[in-house]
Each structure stands twice: as structure tokens, then as C-alpha cells.
Write a protein that binds this ligand. Structure first.
Ligand code: SAM
Length: 208
């Protein structure tokens, strides 16, 4: 694994990529990622927080939330998310902030969600612990994450390219998601793997 980038270095990369990020919506459709988002997030209820919201790709699936708050470290990503919010006509509180140190009191949200973001957090274990801290007892943390494939040749390719991918995007796309959660002392209630082992849908139940 390459040396970790700092939070500031990751922030700058996403500021630079924000303008083109929505082009990824095409791969969302082609790779059926939008279905994963719908399946995993459309049951998010109550006061909901989206951590590392990026350009707001999850927003349209969160229409059962009572309130929606979305946070990202990149002001340019938040600017794109604001455009998306206007398109959807949704009432969303958008904030610039750090997932590793969430600016919310304990037990503030019923459901915390995050998609394809913890791979970019330098201290991902701290961010996972923060997500649990701000979730109410009896609430849920719902994650859609990508990671190292269970198919040998794909995993080897991910390993070969990791330095370049990480340098460009700050994304550890060959990480072991279960091990990352374990490093934060968390055990998922459910963990569904798909897309040749690369996609992970995870539910963490926060103890009552
Ligand atoms: C790969 S993008 C995913 C965006 C979005 N969730 C999606 O599914 O399209 C990762 C996002 O995490 C954000 N991010 C990176 N480090 C962060 C941090 N420490 N705190 C909050 N957001 C962060 C980036 O700015 C970027 O918007």
C-alpha cells in the first residue's frame, strides 16, 4: 500500500475532480451501482446523515428520510451536491466537514449512510467510529463500499494498479472492507458481497 495521503491532500484531489464527477453517473448505470444504492439506502428512515456525500448521488434514494443532512470535506463536491439538491427540489442540509471528526453530538441521527467514501478517509477506522457515535441507539449505519475482488485476476490487477489509483484519487480500491471495519472494532449485522466480490453492502446495528 502506498504511504497514506493527508486529509488535506485528499480534499484537494476531490476539489479538482468535482466538476467531472457526475460523468461517473454513467458507470453507476452501466455497472448497476444505482441499483445497489436504491436497495441499500431506500429504507433509510428518520433523521439521516450522508457521510462523504460527494455530488449527491445517493440523494434520490433517500426520499423516506424525515430530514437529510449531507457532509463532505470538499467544498467543490458540496457545490455540485447543492446543484443536485436544487434539481431534485429536496430539502437537504449540506455541510463541509471531516468524516473523521463529525461536527455532531452523540446519537444525533437515526440512520447514517455512506457510499464509496471510507476508502478515501486517511483514518477510516476513526470515521467508522464517528458514524456509530452520531447514530442513536437502535439506529443503523448503512454502507455501500468497494474493495478487493474475490476473483484472482481482478484482485491482482487492482493490486498492480493501486499506487497509480491512490495517487490520482486518494482511493484504496483494493482494500479488505471487513478488515477495515474490524480495525474500528465493528462487526456488521449483514454484509452482502456482489459484482465479482468488489461491491459490499453493509449494515451495522447500533446497540440500544
Ligand atoms: C469516491 S467519492 C464518493 C462520493 C459519493 N458518496 C458517491 O457515492 O458518489 C468520495 C467522497 O469522500 C469525500 N471525502 C474524502 N475524505 C473525506 C473526509 N475526511 N471527510 C468527509 N468527506 C471526505 C470526497 O471529497 C468525495 O466526495
Amino acid at each position: 500500500m502506498p504511504d497514506p495521503l493527508s486529509t488535506e491532500q485528499v480534499r484537494r484531489r476531490y476539489d479538482d475532480m468535482a466538476g467531472n464527477w457526475r460523468l461517473l453517473g454513467i458507470s453507476d448505470t452501466l455497472l448497476l451501482i444505482n441499483r445497489l444504492r436504491r436497495k441499500h439506502f431506500s429504507g433509510a428512515l428518520g433523521d439521516v446523515l450522508d457521510v462523504g456525500c460527494g455530488t449527491g448521488e445517493n440523494f434520490e434514494y433517500l426520499n423516506r428520510a424525515t430530514t437529510l443532512t449531507a457532509l463532505d470535506i470538499s467544498s467543490e463536491m458540496i457545490a455540485e451536491a447543492r446543484r443536485r439538491q436544487r434539481q431534485l427540489g429536496a430539502d437537504i442540509r449540506l455541510l463541509i466537514g471531516d468524516a473523521q471528526e463529525l461536527p455532531f453530538p452523540q446519537a444525533r441521527f437515526d440512520t447514517v449512510i455512506s457510499a464509496f467514501s471510507s476508502c478515501t478517509f486517511p483514518d477510516y477506522a476513526a470515521a467508522f467510529r464517528e458514524m456509530v457515535r452520531v447514530t442513536k441507539p437502535g439506529g443503523q449505519v448503512l454502507l455501500v463500499e468497494h474493495g478487493r475482488s474475490s476473483v484472482g485476476w481482478i484482485a491482482r490487477r487492482q493490486d498492480r494498479n493501486i499506487e497509480r489509483v491512490y495517487e490520482r484519487s486518494g482511493c484504496r480500491n483494493n482494500r479488505d472492507v471487513a478488515a477495515d471495519l474490524g480495525a474500528a472494532g465493528l462487526e456488521p449485522a449483514t454484509h452482502i458481497v456482489s459484482h465479482l466480490g468488489m461491491m459490499n453492502r453493509i449494515t451495522i446495528e447500533v446497540a440500544s
